[in-house]
Ligand binder design. Sequence first.
Ligand code: ZN
Length: 381
Amino acid sequence: MKHAALELLEKLIAIQSVNLHYGEGAQGEMEISRFIEAYCLKAGLKVSRQPVMEGRDNLIIELRTGHPGSVLLFEAHMDTVSLGSMENPLEAVYRKGRLYGRGACDTKGALAAMLVTMETCAAAPELLSSDLVLCASVDEEHAFRGLLKFLELDMPVSAAVVGEPTELKIVVAHKGCVRFAVHTHGKAAHSSVPHEGENAIVAMAEIIRYLADIVTPELASITDGLCGPATLSVGTISGGDQINIVPERCTIQVDRRIIPGEDPIAVMLELEEGLEQFCRAKGLRHSVEPLLLDYALDTPHDSPIVKAARDTAERIGLQSGIFGETYGSDASKLQGIKGIPSLVYGPGSIAQAHSREEWVPVQAVEEAATFYVELARAFRA
Ligand SMILES: [Zn+2]
């Protein structure tokens, strides 16, 4: 007999929920949220909607069991990236132990397993020592506005499990990021008399060398046992208007990944200071524009949720070690902004997320559902 989580996952894949940010044809999360709402109401769960943007609501699904002092939050996003060039992205297809479809791995597999967990626990609430909340959020694939809105509720939460593809590894740490733009400001002149201008592209070349040769090598020593070293990457460059004009502006966008223990605001300030000093010494005119600051995840290894997760995994024969990742998730917002001990756990691999061939191992979806149910029953704040 097919596992309930797989049956549900097939239906979730069939409902297109491409993040509206990804342009034409994207349907957003409304239809999938209606389906999930109906599913949860049928299971006897309390469901409420939290409007985040026009036509885009978080679903907050509650199972209150009389343990308000110990609240376990499950969180998974409902949106996906664009359908891209996937073949039959909305049709769940089984092949060689894998289930293919857009969102199968990121992150409808985890979402289906969490929904089945809520349903299973609702049928036997006496086995729980905690209240359970599931937040099915919007907009993770673009700007995390769903989860950030949920945090505004200030709902008491003791610990959280965020559903993303971790290959069923208990992830307690991952990197955060500091993204910023650097602009250089020059002076336009006709290219036949370049000495009358100031070339913003040439100035930027110096800044890029500074970032690559001075800043980047220093990052190798800033390293985390689970996540590896801090890194820096210059991702885009643009500048100049036409070939016969000395360019008066140039812009790069830079992505600095931070590790647990680094504060994004402090890192941003340090980068700004370094650039300021360098540019002053070289006589370059520049400005810095912060774009996105995101915390690293750094959940204490001895927190009750980590212990419960490790014990549970060991008991049911799954990997019980703790792991770090290089990519980010909603978990770092829960922990960084609200101090909620959080871990990331789900079926599938990040290697298949966002890709042309998105799939999730069938067995991993079943195991994730078992793990979430057993964890919900084992956890106590
Ligand atoms: Zn995801």
